[in-house]
Ligand binder design. Structure first.
Ligand code: URA
Ligand code: CA
Length: 433
């Protein structure tokens, strides 16, 4: 087989076979196929697209390009959740303990990564003593015992995706639905998921800003999952403004504690109940979505969800008392209020620039070597649709530096106030099964 012939075949709009796709992915991972040929192919895919079967083969070829995690010793159906980007998205911190409390095994492998705030692991490390450096064996034991554990990303997961994503990033081929869908799905499958719930964000703060594109991406991922024998469902949720109130690491841990106690932001709670219901259903712990939802509501009400968080934190060295005393989480030196300059209604909160403001405070990593400040971040006091009076606080800024002029300016530029009444945005646009 020659790579040049396969590039030509895709360029002319034909379908690649399973053998051809494996030849490409294996050759590229080994270094036998050079970047220039691979970039020609990704550009051909960008313009010609891929058929359902090609997408599934590409996904599985990437899964097998490196290690796969074997979770077979964990009892039950392992359901993973993935959110596509977003700002201050606290769903993972809430969902893990929430679904574990009704018996869904949560075996989470998580990373740090770049972004407005840290990854799930960074956030959890705001809890004194908590760590994810545990052996595989202990990880499996903990999931069987407590239904939830989190472990750091192992070295060699989907190396083909890693190289390919890097190449796409510099060849203007990131934004291709077959390539995004296979990239995301390969990582979930390699990490051992039997079933997958996807939270595809849409709106200004999301990777996919357009609803139709978000639906196409969701459907592409659901189709891949179902074709390769992993039941997959997707929810398309709003990211036109940040989810919940908190954006920052310790602040989001506190927000998760509030939500698991039934006292969190309504949008965050609702999205977690919707995503959680799908997870419970796919794990076959309930016969219907309605039943799943009432099980989840019950463990919030009776305290089991919060108790599960505490047990999970303590099992990995964390100080579980933060659950009852979130004020002992890392605190920033200063709290500043961003005061509204006009009376009116909040009409816009541009999620990604609010995220950038949080990053300026030190809540996230700009480069992979940046050091995160776990204490800092933002808490929104108003969301789209809320009435606001001049001088009232729009945002509380938790900072360890006194000079935050750039953060204030960034926030003023991302929040708009209108004199007319504004409707609250819809939270969930569609589900794809
Ligand atoms: N996120 C991923 O993991 N892969 C993509 O291709 C795009 C976003
Ligand atoms: Ca949040």
């Amino acid at each position: 087989m020659r790579m040049v012939d396969l590039i030509e075949k895709k360029r002319d709009g034909h379908e690649l076979t399973k053998e051809e796709i494996h030849f490409i992915v294996d050759g590229y991972t080994k270094g036998d196929i050079p970047d220039y040929q691979m970039s020609a192919l990704t550009m051909a895919i960008y313009f010609q697209g891929m058929a359902d079967q090609e997408r599934a083969e590409l996904t599985m070829a990437m899964v097998h390009s490196g290690d796969t995690i074997d979770l077979s010793e964990i009892e039950g159906i392992k359901v993973d959740k993935h959110s596509t980007g977003g700002v201050g998205d606290t769903t993972t911190l809430v969902l893990g303990p929430l679904v574990a409390a009704v018996g869904v095994p949560v075996a989470k492998m998580s990373g740090r990564g770049l972004g407005h705030t840290g990854g799930t692991i960074d956030k959890l490390e705001a809890v004194p003593g908590f760590h994810v450096e545990i052996e595989n064996k202990q990880f499996i034991e903990l999931v069987n015992k407590n239904k939830i554990a989190v472990i750091g990303q192992s070295g060699n997961l989907t190396p083909a995706d890693k190289s390919l994503y890097g190449l796409r990033d510099v060849t203007a081929t990131v934004n291709s639905i077959p390539l995004i869908a296979s990239s995301i799905m390969s990582k979930k499958i390699a990490a051992g998921a039997d079933a997958i719930v996807l939270d595809v964000k849409t709106g200004a703060g999301a990777f996919m800003k357009d609803l139709d594109e978000s639906k196409k991406l969701a459907k592409a991922m659901v189709d891949i999952g179902n074709l390769v024998g992993r039941r997959t469902m997707a929810v398309i949720s709003d990211m036109s403004q940040p989810l919940g109130y908190a954006i920052g690491n310790a602040l989001e841990v506190k927000e998760a504690i509030d939500t698991l106690s039934g006292k969190g932001p309504k949008d965050l709670e609702e999205l977690c109940l919707v995503l959680g219901s799908y997870m419970v259903l796919l794990a076959e712990k309930a016969a219907s979505l309605e039943e799943a939802r009432s099980m989840l509501e019950e463990v919030i009400k009776n305290g089991q969800a919060l108790q599960t968080l505490k047990v999970f934190l303590e099992a990995q060295g964390g100080d579980g008392s933060v659950v009852d005393h979130p004020e002992t989480l890392p605190q920033a030196k200063y709290q500043f209020e961003l005061e509204a300059k006009d009376d009116g209604y909040v009409s816009e909160i541009i999620a990604d620039s609010v995220g950038t403001a949080a990053m300026l405070l030190g809540a996230g990593r700009a480069t992979k070597d940046s050091v995160i400040d776990l204490a800092v971040g933002l808490v929104l006091n108003k969301k789209i649709g809320d009435k606001v009076n001049k001088g009232e606080s729009l945002v509380t800024i938790h900072s360890n530096q006194e000079d935050i002029e750039d953060v204030r300016n960034k926030l003023y530029n991302s929040i708009s106030i209108s004199t007319n009444e504004v409707e609250e945005p819809k939270l969930i646009y569609a589900t794809v099964e």
